[in-house]
Each structure stands twice: as C-alpha cells, then as structure tokens.
Write a protein that binds this ligand. Structure first.
Ligand SMILES: Cc1ncc(COP(=O)(O)O)c(C=O)c1O
Length: 400
C-alpha cells in the first residue's frame, strides 16, 4: 500500500481514487466567511473576488455570507450573475465597448480604470449603475515591482492629480462618479497600508468627497488576525460616520486560499544527485504561482526538523518545474501520496494542460465525505485543440 504524507486535520489522501486532485474544504470556507459577520453588521460590505476561484459551488457556498461578488470581465460577471442576489462590482483595464451590454446587465457597480475608459464607455451604461474610478494612490507597499499596482508606468488606476484636474474640467465626471476604488497590496496580514492609503486619499481628494457614496478598498489582505479585523472594522465605521461613504472590501485569497489542497502521487525518483529528486504527477502547470512568484507551496505534512531532504519536482518538461526542498521522515517512494495546502486561490483558475497533462480533478470535502465536483479528461483537452466546425468558412484577405 502506498504511504501518505498529511497532517491530522485533513481528508484521507488514500480515499482519492486518483491524483492530481484539487480538494477544497467547504466547512473551512464557510467558517472563514462567518468571521466577517460582525464587520458586515458594522456597515462594511464584502464582495468575494471570484478571480481567486470562480468555481460555481464555491460561489453558491459563499453567497449567503457575503454581500455580492467582485468580477474582472464580462465572462466573470455572467458567471457571478448565475448566483442570484447581491451586488456585483467590476473593475478592469480590459473593459471594452463590446462587453458593456453584458456588464450592464450583470453588474451594479463599475469602476473605470482610466479617464479614457470613463470617457469612452460611461454613457453606454444605464443610469442605475453606480460608477466609480479606480485610483492609483502612488503609495507602494509591494517589495517586488512586478506585482505593485502603484509602480511607475502602472496601467492600474488614475493618479490623484489627474483625477482632480479632470474633476474640475469634466462636468460628466462630477455627475456620474459616485465611487472610488483602489487595490494596492498582495497577501498582506498587516492593515497599515490600508490605513495609510485611506488617510492619503481622504486628505488629497477632499473636493470630490461630497459626491462619493462608496469606496471599494480592493482585496489583497488576509483576514487571519483578530487585530486586523478590528482595524478594518474601526476604519469602516469612521468612513461611514465621518464621510457617509460605504466601504466595500473584495477579498479573494482570504476567503478561499487556506481551504484548498493539491494532492499528488510520486511517479519517479531520481537518485543520482546528492539529494533525491522526487517527481510528482502534478507540477507548476497546476500551481503556476509557485513559478511566477518563486514561492514554495506549503506542505500538508509536518516536516521533521532533522529528517531526510528531497527536492519535489513537477512532471512537465520545464527544467524549472520544481516546488523546492522539503523534509520527510523518509524520502517518498514511487506510489506515495502527498499534498500541498493553502492553494485554494489562483491555482485552479491559472492551471493549464501544458505537455498534455490533465487538469486536477476537483473534489469538495464536507468534513466527512469527499464529493467529486468536476473532472476534465482527454475529451476536454481534444476539444480545446480541435478546429471549430465552421472553421473552413474563410475570410478573403489579400497579402501586403
Ligand atoms: C482589483 C482587485 N480586487 C481584488 C483582488 C483580490 O485580491 P486577493 O485575492 O489578494 O484578496 C484583486 C487581485 O488581484 C484585484 O486585482
């Protein structure tokens, strides 16, 4: 029988008929969302940012515990609208004229990403939609510029001086804009950036505040410290009380990140280096952020302080498809199973089938049973790469 590497507080890896498997713990998602209730009572609105994991059963699971969803495209808006009720906020540098009819049907709040986007598109939206502007507060908190929305030459949001000038010059901006939006951090459990950004905006944007009804504080924060939640509650209360502005928060990772696991099986071991390289039936195909951010996924087993070291590698042809060095009681053998945890966000949505490796089968865990939610298989891979039935129609097109 195969060995398994897991912590006590998780599902039984051996119960999965096959790997790779993406498993989400639905009780944990609900428990995380329930923590938000006191803040919601205090006036803070929560919209789940579905880009983290747009799985329909997760949207249904979260719907009773949030005020709505936050989306980034017409497709996400349409998907979120399949779960009735609640508000739907959208902001994206990718908004196009052709998407607006769909967005207008499904979204209640649209935050324009640039002044040009506002000028071109706002008149197409029906008057009932509450419009906002995404800001670039130019206060950077990310160590790595690649992930900093406030970086130089950022495409994300309008700079404050530009908004103030346009506010004076464009009556349609004053008439239409009722909200502000910013999103400037990434996986932060410290709310100091939020405090500093809000102080900065409230001071700089004084002339426009009387027109503002809501402010979307973005996502990017983890909600795992009670002190952090208190800070958020306190700030929200002050926004409402002192300015009459309704705060909206749109977390993704904080709601689903810690509830997701990726289970894998060892399929090979390369023993000719001074450390064994253990090859898994998954890879950075399924956890692209481990490669993008050069981040080591957290093991779901307790690593012994003085155990055996092995390098865990993925099964694609990419030489850098490596998860990192891990400690084990004994080096895993072919057939052993293991899992990574805290991979609920930005894993499945970014997963791909590079090299023809299938996507992980999706399972939900209700604390007692594992229930299969979705599998992909060869047909889905074939359909992705097979021409459309009408692909022969042809468009005449001269060369040069
Ligand atoms: C505008 C916006 N809002 C919310 C989020 C959700 O962020 P997180 O999942 O880190 O909470 C993102 C993530 O990229 C974002 O770009």
């Amino acid at each position: 029988m195969s060995g398994r590497l897991q912590s006590a507080a998780m599902f039984d890896l051996d119960r999965l008929p096959a790997t790779p498997a993406f498993v989400y713990d639905e009780r944990r998602i609900v428990a995380t969302a329930r923590q938000l209730l006191p803040l919601r009572r205090g006036g803070l609105k929560f919209c789940y940012s579905i880009k983290a994991l747009p799985l329909m059963p997760v949207l249904h699971l979260l719907a009773p515990h949030v005020d709505g969803f936050s989306v980034s495209s017409a497709f996400e808006a349409r998907l979120a609208a399949m779960v009735p009720g609640g508000v739907r906020h959208i902001t994206s540098p990718g908004l196009r004229q052709g998407d607006l009819a769909e967005i207008g049907r499904h979204c209640s709040h649209v935050s324009f990403n640039s002044l040009g986007q506002f000028s071109r598109l706002h008149s197409v939206l029906r008057p009932g939609i509450s419009c906002g502007i995404r800001l670039n507060p130019e206060l950077s908190f990310a160590a790595d510029e690649r992930f900093d929305p406030c970086r130089s030459y950022s495409k994300l949001g309008v700079r404050i001086p530009d908004l103030l000038t346009a506010w004076r010059e464009l009556p349609e901006l004053r008439q239409r804009i009722r909200g502000l939006h910013f999103h400037t951090v990434f996986s932060s459990d410290d709310f100091t950036p939020l405090q500093r950004t809000l102080d900065h905006l409230l001071e700089q944007l004084e002339p426009i505040l009387p027109n503002i009804r809501w402010i979307n504080l973005g996502g990017g924060y983890l909600l795992n410290h009670p002190e952090a939640l208190n800070t958020l509650a306190d700030r929200s209360e002050r926004l409402l009380r002192d300015f009459g502005i309704e705060p909206v928060f749109e977390p993704g990772n904080a709601l689903v990140g810690s509830s997701g696991y990726l289970a894998a099986t060892v399929i090979d071991r390369i023993d000719h280096w001074d450390k064994p390289v253990v090859v898994l039936d998954t890879g950075v195909n399924h956890l692209p952020e481990t490669f993008e951010y050069q981040r080591r996924p957290r093991p779901a087993w307790a690593e012994p302080a003085a155990g055996s070291t092995a390098i865990l590698a993925g099964c694609s042809c990419l030489a850098g498809d490596v998860f990192g060095e891990y400690q084990f009681e004994r080096v895993p053998e072919v057939g052993d199973r293991l899992a990574f945890c805290d991979v609920g966000a930005y894993s499945l949505i970014k997963a791909n089938r590079f090299n023809g490796h299938d996507l992980p089968t999706v399972w939900r865990w209700d604390g007692e049973r594992l229930i299969r939610v979705k599998s992909f298989g060869f047909e889905a891979f074939r359909d992705q790469w097979t021409p459309d039935a009408d692909s022969e129609a042809g468009l005449s097109c001269s060369f040069g």
